[in-house]
Design a binder for this molecule. Structure first.
Ligand SMILES: Cc1cc2nc3c(=O)[nH]c(=O)nc-3n(C[C@H](O)[C@H](O)[C@H](O)COP(=O)(O)OP(=O)(O)OC[C@H]3O[C@@H](n4cnc5c(N)ncnc54)[C@H](O)[C@@H]3O)c2cc1C
Length: 433
């Protein structure tokens, strides 16, 4: 039996590797149109910043590694141009046809450019590929732009704000919605705005950009523009083959990652997933999600029956030294999903003052009637990752606030205060539910 995987990054290689583990006899072929596989786009901002010195450092495994160690045939420079499910074969750009019994589509996503006139100008950049990163870095070192516009205050826009500041540019961030990280959280956005202002970064929310000028965006002068306005799933190949596209614009899959065509799976940034709190289909193009979806797709393509319950949309980003992390729903998002939500935020400290603790803000959101934890956010300079992961685990396991409040979290002065900010936030919120 032959499994063909289209796309060789997070979702595609996870699918291939998992399928191999599940069925050592499977003939597995990965078709990747680019020159590298199994590389981490998440490191691109840090290459542009200079912390990562070579793009090669982002490549985790080579095609040779997969051939030698996993018996997986990986072909680079192999673009799939059509899927014929009735013939169970894919066609390549060079005319070759490759048969399959099972197919995993992991074609990823591309940066959104639609709706923005002037996006093709030489001072306008996106960051989705190694080529993008290379061009952007060269522009920054050759031209030394003084004023930058970032369009979009999602994780990439915020990360790149820090990078552009490191390169000496003053930055204005334009965000069409009311808040950062797609979160509809006024308090979180206000905190981020205040923090950014200290670094001469202006955050303008509710300000849509429809056109990029030669030297200005919405009247604000700039000599470089970074488009970080979201991701467009690469679904054309699938749609042409009769695969159903969901209302999010990404490929619709079951919890087994199977599409409407039997034996054809989709995973990663090209496909939608389910939000663990709302139970609704969502589009969450993240590396964490892509890897998990890929594993499940690979297992099922190899004959197992595995499912992905969904994801909580956990995200963490560093911007100008501040860690910002979110998971589940904000109070506003919960209300928009018809949940009777309450929230409490506390300003705590990451560890005792005598151990140089820094401010740690924690917000928790719960459903009033059931006390079920729906989401939360953590902001601070240290301990952010650990704390958001605790909230994410609680949200994922549908923990109630009274259970959360009693969690036996670790304590020693170099790491945390005896009352962790998470527990203090839970105590505050319990007064409201
Ligand atoms: C700059 C940047 C920073 C990021 N930072 C983070 C982060 O901090 N945390 C996080 O969780 N996520 C982050 N992400 C998101 C994460 O990288 C993606 O979610 C993840 O790479 C998606 O993996 P994927 O395999 O679904 O898609 P992709 O990585 O997009 O891979 C899809 C592959 O399919 C190939 N392909 C497409 N069409 C065809 C075809 N027709 N034939 C053959 N091959 C094809 C493409 O060439 C591509 O290599 C970041 C992304 C970027 C760009």
């Amino acid at each position: 039996m032959r499994l063909v995987v289209i796309g060789g990054v997070a979702a595609g290689m996870s699918a291939a590797a998992r399928a191999r583990r599940c069925d050592p006899s499977l003939d597995i072929q990965v078709l990747e149109k680019g020159g590298s596989v199994a590389w981490g786009a998440c490191g691109l901002p840090y290459y542009v910043e200079g912390q990562v010195t070579s793009l090669d450092q982002l490549v985790r495994y080579t095609p040779e590694y997969f051939r030698r160690e996993r018996d997986i045939d990986v072909r680079t420079g192999a673009e799939v141009t059509a899927i014929s499910h009735c013939r169970r074969e894919v066609s390549l750009a060079n005319g070759e046809r490759i048969p399959y019994d099972r197919l995993v589509i992991a074609t990823g996503a591309r940066p959104t450019r639609s709706g923005i006139d002037g996006a093709g100008q030489p001072h306008v950049f996106t960051l989705g590929s190694m080529g993008d990163a290379h061009r952007l870095k060269a522009f920054l070192s050759d031209r030394k732009p003084q004023r930058a516009a970032v369009i979009g205050a999602g994780y990439l826009g915020l990360e790149m704000t820090e990078v552009l500041r490191t390169h000496g540019a003053e930055v204005t961030v334009f965000e069409a919605s009311e808040g950062v990280l797609g979160r509809q959280d006024a308090a979180l956005t206000a905190l981020v705005r205040e923090h950014l202002a200290r670094f001469r970064v202006e955050l303008r929310t509710l300000e849509r950009v429809g056109r990029v000028g030669e030297s200005a965006v919405n009247g604000v002068p700039c000599d470089i523009v970074l488009l970080a306005a979201g991701w467009q799933p690469n679904v054309e190949l699938a749609a042409d083959a009769g695969i159903e596209i969901g209302r999010t614009g990404a490929i619709r899959v079951s919890e087994r990652m199977e599409t409407n065509l039997g034996g054809v799976f989709a995973a990663g940034d090209c496909a939608e997933t389910v939000h663990l709190v709302t139970g609704k289909p969502e589009y969450m193009p993240l590396g964490t999600t892509a890897n998990k979806m890929g594993r499940v797709a690979g297992a099922n393509a190899a004959g197992r029956r595995e499912r992905l319950a969904g994801v909580a949309g956990t995200m963490i980003v560093r911007v100008c030294g501040l860690g910002i992390a979110v998971t589940g729903l904000s109070e506003c998002q919960a209300r928009r999903n018809s949940l009777d939500a309450v929230s409490a935020a506390i300003d705590g400290i990451s560890k005792p003052r005598y151990f140089f603790g820094t401010p740690a803000r924690v917000e928790l959101v719960a459903e009033r009637r059931s006390g079920r934890l729906l989401g939360g956010s953590v902001i601070g300079e240290d301990g952010v990752k650990g704390r958001i992961d605790v909230i994410a685990a609680a949200v994922s396991s549908r923990m109630r606030l009274d259970e959360f409040e009693q969690l036996d979290l670790a304590y020693a002065p170099p790491f945390a205060p005896v009352w962790d900010p998470l527990l203090i936030a839970a105590q505050q919120l319990r007064k409201l539910v």
